[in-house]
Each structure stands twice: as structure tokens, then as C-alpha cells.
Design a protein around this ligand. Structure first.
Ligand SMILES: C[S@@+](CC[C@H](N)C(=O)[O-])C[C@H]1O[C@@H](n2cnc3c(N)ncnc32)[C@H](O)[C@@H]1O
Length: 515
């Protein structure tokens, strides 16, 4: 079927975001359309991957390319003779303050918050290297397709994907139509899959601001134990009453909810479509919006306070009581497609890491519409004890390194005394997944984190899963509320200056006070 004007406009829009002008992409689009026997779906698939593949292939074939390094993947520079200006360092680097307070070694803020929330507040210093091949701009080709011309006039600017790591000169005018001087020209960086094919779906990365750098970390799709974390995963620890060995197929379609639903009051929390049910979601969102009004539990010897000051720990500030989801697992009789196995099946939506224009560093956006209650991803990192995290951060003193940890404290209140090897956190600084790029937004974030029990009934360790709190449109940035108390001026670790843009930003009052 012939594409609609909007479909054609969208193709131009995706190209433009990569610095490819309509004139350049139009002939490629036209040829491809013909070769696909007018099947537009093939062109649109995977965010125009085939279109951009063909475009860059053609550039290479024209022999107008100039390779600059040995890095695998394609990289292009479309300017005639222009060099992409090299910038070093990352503009979002915020030094982690390993400050000592009254001589005591202080613990990073995210662990020391004491409000039962998780706080990945520090961005890691990404080591920025550029490994790029630059290509020359192809000759412009004239327009011959009226439908494509008129559709282009209605197009909007939006970033889009491209195959291979690429660096392209931006268009010669900025978004307001003003011309960009030779010096102002920036480059786009693109990587088609940061997951190294470890996820079911590729996750691309794009920087259309032109910072010329890639974040340095190792992508892992599942948590891994760093060293001392007490994590014993064995089937023998799962009692028969804590699983459903007699089930088969899909537990959600059984006449009665099985034992795995006991945790959530005898009802599964997922709908047959795999969405989180409304009441479970709203209960969790109330905790985010009004944490002080929610029930708290208090540990006798709080690991957070102990971390802050081992000799004279303060009283536990309390942990918000949070409801867990319990998913079926290996000892259960159901299959992998069972509706009570959502988080463990991994990421299935199209995500993209992008460089945020608001100075928040990298962020994550969805490339497709996400319905309310959709599972997006879990927070993956190294499972470590609080002490290990503390030591790791101490070792990095002076190196301007930021960290990406969250505390797994959803169940700390149920025990009076928690051993260090049981007080766990996830650190995604060195090894992590796409969630390490999700930025903070105060109160009205479109994601919420929910503890999920999968392979062990021991709640010191659990999965931290992100679900959408509302319908999220394609290309919207994903964010969650880290639960930072921006007014906590005595805190040893200075919180970042929040640029979340929320009308309820908790940092608004203190803007200008610090920094
Ligand atoms: C878990 S990382 C998120 C990814 C990060 N932006 C990056 O570039 O890797 C947390 C860090 O991102 C930055 N950040 C997150 N949310 C922010 C916000 N609302 N305003 C300003 N900076 C933010 C802060 O530097 C924070 O320490």
C-alpha cells in the first residue's frame, strides 16, 4: 500500500534528526520503495533501519568515504571537508563528594537517605573517547516524487535511529532555521545496540547534541554478584507452598489464582495483556507522592545509619513499607509464557539512550507508545553489600567518578538487625543495563520502581522493576523519582541541581542556594 503523507514525513523526520537532508534521503527512499515492491512496512521496520543502511552503503560505494579509525560499525561525516570538532570530557560530570564530616567517613547520599527509597544520584564520569569513521557528503539529488515533497513540508524534527555507530554533521541550519557556522557544527553519535545483543531487543544510543563521547560501562542484562553479598539461590529454599508445581501453561487463565498470587492478596497483579493492574500501581504511586503519610518500619540497627557512622549510628529514619510482586519461577509448573512472569522475560519495548538537552547527561526514552502499567526494564547492576559499595566509592576518591547505586531496602524493616552481607544494593557504575541512564523526576515521573521477588524468597535480594505510571508517548523521556530530599542540606553528599522540569520539583525552592 502507498505510504500516507504522515508516513513519508516521518521518514524525513527520522533522517533529518540524523543530519541527512530530505534531498539526500529522497532518492534512496524512492529506490527502496521500488525494490520492496511498494511495501512501505519494510522501510518503516525497526525505525527505518533498512533505509539508513542503504543510505550509508551508498555513500561507501560512491567511494566518497574517508575512514578515520578501526572501530567496527559504520560512522559517517557528511560535511564537505569539514572536521567534527573534538570536545573532551562530559558536561554532566558531577564530582561525587567523598567528603569527611567531622572526621567521619561519610556514605553516599543514595544509601544514606534513610527513607526507604532508592537513590542513584551520582552520574559516573564517563570516559569519553571518540572512535569514528568520517565520510564525505554525497552529491545532492533532485526531487522527483511529489508525494514525498509535500509530506516533507509537514514534518517535525525528531531524532531517529541508524545502523552502526555513526557521527554525522548536523544540518546547516538550526531548529529555528538560523544558519550554523563552521565552528558551531556539531556531530551526531549513534550506536545501534548498546546491549551487545544481550537483550531480546536492541537498545540504540544517540547524541544529537554532538558531545562526541560514549558512556563507558559494561552492559549486563542481569544482576551479577560482586563479592560478599549473601545470596543463596537454590530450589530447595523455595517451599512447596511458595510456588505452584501443579500448575501448567498460564497461571492467569486458571480457575483460581495459584500460591504465587498469595503474596499479593490472592490476586495476580498482572492483566492478561501483561500490564500492572491499576490498584497495585496506584498504591505504589501514593508511596512516591506522599511518602510521609505511608506506614514506615524502623530497624533497630539501621544499615544506612551504620554506614554513615559506624561508631555512633543514629536512629533509623524508617523505611516505607512497599508491596512486592511475586512471579512464578523454575519450581512452578507453568511455562515461560505464563502471565505471572513479566519481569523475568526481560525488556521487550523499544528504548533509546539519548543525550538530554537539559544538562542531565544521558537519559532514556521510549521509541514507541507505552500503555500505563507496562513493564519497561529492571535496574541491573552488581549486587554488593553496603560496605563494599562504601569501599568502592572511597577508592574512587579524587577521580571525579560518579556512581549509579540503588539500595535494596524494601524489606529491611522486617528485621531488627541486618547483617552487612544481607544489606544489599545494586551498583550499575561499572556493569549495568539501560536503567542506569534513567534520570530523576520529582513526584510525577512516568516510571515507578517496584520490588519483584523471583528466584528467592529471601527479600534481602529482589529485582527492582520499572513500570509506567501513565501512558507514555513515543520519544518521551522515561524518568523515575529517586526520592531525593533536596532540603537535606546537612547531607554529606550534595544532591545534583535538579532539572527535571516537573511543576512539583522539590529542588525549586533551593535553586540558587547551593552551587
Ligand atoms: C543514574 S544517573 C542517570 C543517568 C545520567 N544522566 C548519565 O548521564 O549517565 C544519575 C545522574 O544523572 C543526573 N541526573 C539525573 N536526573 C537529573 C535531574 N533531574 N536533573 C539533573 N541531573 C540529573 C545526575 O548527575 C545524577 O547524578
Amino acid at each position: 500500500m502507498a505510504p500516507s503523507k504522515t508516513q513519508i514525513a516521518n521518514a524525513f523526520k527520522a533522517s533529518k534528526a540524523l543530519g541527512i537532508s530530505t534531498e539526500e534521503i529522497r532518492p534512496v527512499l524512492r529506490d527502496l520503495y521500488k525494490s520492496f515492491h511498494k511495501n512501505w512496512e519494510h522501510i518503516e521496520a525497526d525505525n527505518y533501519r533498512v533505509l539508513f543502511d542503504r543510505y550509508f552503503e551508498m555513500q561507501e560505494n560512491k567511494g566518497e568515504v574517508e575512514k578515520r579509525d578501526e572501530r567496527p560499525g559504520k560512522a559517517v561525516h557528511l560535511a564537505e571537508g569539514d572536521q567534527v570538532s573534538k570536545r573532551t570530557g562530559s558536561s554532566f560530570e558531577l564530582p561525587l563528594k567523598h567528603s569527611t564530616h567531622s572526621g567521619n567517613v561519610q556514605f553516599p547520599r543514595h544509601v544514606a537517605s534513610g527513607n526507604g527509597r532508592v537513590h542513584p544520584e551520582r552520574a559516573s564520569a564517563v570516559s569519553l573517547t571518540s572512535h569514528t569513521n568520517y565520510f564525505m557528503k554525497p552529491k545532492n539529488e533532485g526531487s522527483t516524487n511529489d508525494a514525498i515533497v509535500s509530506a516533507e513540508q509537514t514534518s517535525m524534527r525528531r531524532p531517529g535511529p541508524m545502523n552502526g555507530a555513526a557521527r554525522i554533521q548536523r544540518p546547516k541550519t538550526d531548529s529555528n532555521g538560523a544558519s550554523i557556522s563552521r565552528e558551531d557544527k556539531k556531530s551526531i553519535i549513534y550506536k545501534s545496540d548498546i546491549t551487545k545483543s544481550t537483550e531480546k531487543v536492541p537498545i540504540s544510543l544517540v547524541d544529537d547534541v554532538g558531545i562526541e563521547s560514549l558512556p563507558k560501562f559494561n552492559y549486563i542484562p542481569q544482576n551479577i554478584i560482586y563479592q560478599n553479598a549473601n545470596l543463596n539461590i537454590s530450589l530447595s529454599r523455595i517451599a512447596d507452598e511458595d510456588c505452584c508445581p501443579d500448575c501448567f501453561g498460564d497461571c492467569l487463565s486458571a480457575a483460581f489464582p495459584c500460591a504465587c498470587a498469595r503474596e499479593t492478596g490472592g490476586e495476580f497483579v498482572y492483566t492478561p495483556e501483561g500490564l500492572l493492574k491499576e490498584d497495585f500501581l496506584s498504591n505504589r504511586m501514593a508511596l512516591v507522592r506522599e511518602p510521609d503519610k505511608q506506614p514506615h518500619v524502623y530497624c533497630q540497627d539501621c544499615p544506612i545509619e551504620r554506614s554513615k557512622n559506624e561508631d555512633m549510628p543514629e536512629k533509623c529514619k524508617g523505611h516505607v513499607v512497599r508491596r512486592f510482586i511475586k512471579e512464578c519461577w523454575r519450581k512452578c509448573g507453568c511455562d515461560m509464557q505464563c502471565g505471572n512472569r513479566v519481569v523475568q522475560r526481560g525488556i521487550s519495548c523499544k528504548l533509546q539512550v539519548f543525550w538530554t538537552p537539559q544538562g542531565k547527561g544521558w537519559g532514556v526514552r521510549t521509541l514507541e507508545v507505552l500503555e500505563k502499567g507496562s513493564f519497561v526494564c529492571e535496574y541491573v547492576g552488581e549486587i554488593m553489600t553496603n560496605t563494599e559499595l562504601y569501599e568502592r566509592n572511597m577508592e574512587s576518591t579524587g577521580s571525579e567518578r560518579h556512581t549509579y547505586p540503588v539500595t535494596l531496602d524494601a524489606d529491611w524493616g522486617s528485621e531488627q538487625i541486618l547483617r552487612d552481607e544481607d544489606a544489599l544494593c545494586l551498583d550499575a557504575t561499572l556493569h549495568g543495563n539501560v536503567a542506569r541512564f534513567i534520570n530523576h523526576r520529582c513526584f510525577d515521573a512516568n516510571l515507578v520502581d517496584i520490588p519483584v521477588q523471583v528466584e528467592t524468597p529471601d527479600r534481602h535480594y529482589y529485582h527492582l522493576a520499572f513500570f509506567t505510571t501513565k501512558k507514555v508517548n513515543a520519544f518521551e523521556e522515561l524518568n523515575w523519582d529517586y526520592g531525593i530530599d533536596f532540603d537535606d542540606e546537612d547531607h554529606p553528599i550534595e544532591a545534583f541541581q535538579c532539572s527535571c522540569g516537573s511543576p512539583f520539583c522539590r529542588n525549586i525552592n533551593r535553586k540558587g542556594k547551593r552551587r
